[in-house]
Design a binder for this molecule. Structure first.
Ligand code: ADP
Ligand code: ZN
Length: 375
């Protein structure tokens, strides 16, 4: 039974919790559930419950997961009707969607069934899309199993698949019924995937939350891997930042764009050098600092603080870039508008802005990053 209504000052959440300990004004939440209303629908956020909670949330669940998660957690696919897709971004395609549709038909999935995506961002993206289009829409829920999916990919309702080199070209914006956060999944997460998730955590700190940046700066990745309470608070904090942003601008016509900090150049780096998303975003954030030094006169000190924090979370901070090739990819980017581009800049740590700037400013920042500060 829900017994407490709590306000956690740092997270600025109003929540119902079914077991909480209050010590000298500090709320230590063991488990909690709250609802977030987006323009396109309400989402239940459930923290601190095991996977079996999905039976209450989704009476007839069909699990969608990837081969990697399925082999790590065999009880998952033994317990429920399941669809297993190959692991990896290269399978986030229309072909995989077709195969999922065929299997949903084989299971005779009807409108009242709920498709539950259990996995990283690839799984939750494609599960959300499959649920949005199968029979013109069935319910779906997510159980993110990577840090990146917990703090970012599973939240906000964007779903879809890649098409050729174009990431997320085909998709919709539609909220899941629920997102269940079970951090015990992270015990099997490889180190590189932890780092990838931390790139997004650092991104939230840069654009919204200077105190969070300070907290990250005094800790290391190992701290959050070992301290469950700190990790859960961190995930809740990031989820709250993302929720607030998406609630105000679900279709990304305004402030949701701020979440693209580090991503414009980051996506180009990801495509050109075949780097994991988080690693490319780390480098993209550094280039964005260089752009900001020109556009908002961001203090050069921020670039160096970010470099240090990235290292603490085992993220790259230097790479020899090929400016011409990166600019070609950027020019194909869908955000292009003549010779200008919408770019997310920092005014300071914790304060970001959207500026329409010339491609030449980005080019100069990439040159600058490649030949000077990037060492
Ligand atoms: P994202 O980084 O967007 O979450 P993916 O869905 O591709 O991207 O997940 C990254 C990789 O991590 C995939 O190979 C996936 O199978 C694997 N993975 C997902 N969850 C876990 C987990 N809990 N433990 C170990 N590996 C996992
Ligand atoms: Zn990202």
């Amino acid at each position: 039974m829900d017994i407490l209504v709590l306000i956690d000052i740092r997270l600025r959440l109003i929540s119902t919790a079914d077991s909480g300990i209050i010590t000298a004004g500090v709320v230590l939440l063991m488990s909690m559930q709250y609802e977030v209303a987006f323009p396109s629908g309400k989402v239940q956020y459930i923290f601190g419950k095991g996977l079996q909670a999905i039976e209450r949330l989704a009476p007839q669940p069909v699990i969608l997961t990837d081969s990697h998660v399925a082999s790590l957690y065999p009880s998952l696919t033994e317990a429920y009707p399941s669809i297993i897709i190959p692991a990896g971004e290269s399978y986030k395609t229309l072909e995989t969607l077709e195969s999922i549709t065929g299997q949903l038909l084989q299971y005779q999935v009807q409108r009242k069934s709920v498709l539950v995506g259990v996995g990283g961002g690839v799984v939750t993206d494609i599960a959300g899309f499959a649920a949005a289009v199968y029979m013109r829409g069935i319910n779906c829920g997510f159980v993110p199993t990577t840090l990146l999916a917990m703090v970012d990919a599973a939240i906000g309702g964007k779903n879809g698949v890649d098409f050729g080199l174009q990431k997320n070209l085909v998709g919709t914006i539609r909220q899941p019924q629920f997102i269940l956060f079970d951090t015990t999944f992270l015990q099997t997460l490889p180190e590189i995937e932890w780092s990838n998730g931390f790139a997004e955590v650092i991104k939230y700190a840069c654009i919204f939350d200077a105190p969070l940046f300070d907290e990250l700066a005094v800790n290391h990745m190992a701290y959050y891997q070992q301290q469950q309470t700190a990790l859960k608070e961190l995930i809740q904090c990031c989820a709250t930042w993302k929720n607030q942003t998406v609630q105000e601008d679900e279709h990304e016509s305004g402030d949701r764009k701020l979440l693209n900090f580090g991503h414009t150049v980051g996506h180009a780096i990801e495509t050109l050098y075949q780097l994991p998303h988080g690693q490319a975003v780390a480098l993209g954030m550094l280039v964005a600092c260089k752009v900001s030094e020109t556009v908002t006169q961001l203090d050069g000190h921020v670039y160096h603080r970010l470099t240090t924090v990235l290292q603490q979370y085992k993220l790259p901070y230097s790479l020899t870039l090929h400016p011409d090739r990166l600019m070609d990819i950027l020019a194909m980017d869908k955000k292009r508008n003549d010779d200008k581009i919408d770019f997310i800049v920092l005014k300071n740590i914790g304060h970001a802005a959207i500026e329409t700037i010339g491609f030449d400013v980005v080019r100069k920042a990439i040159d600058n990053f490649s030949y000077a500060g990037n060492r």
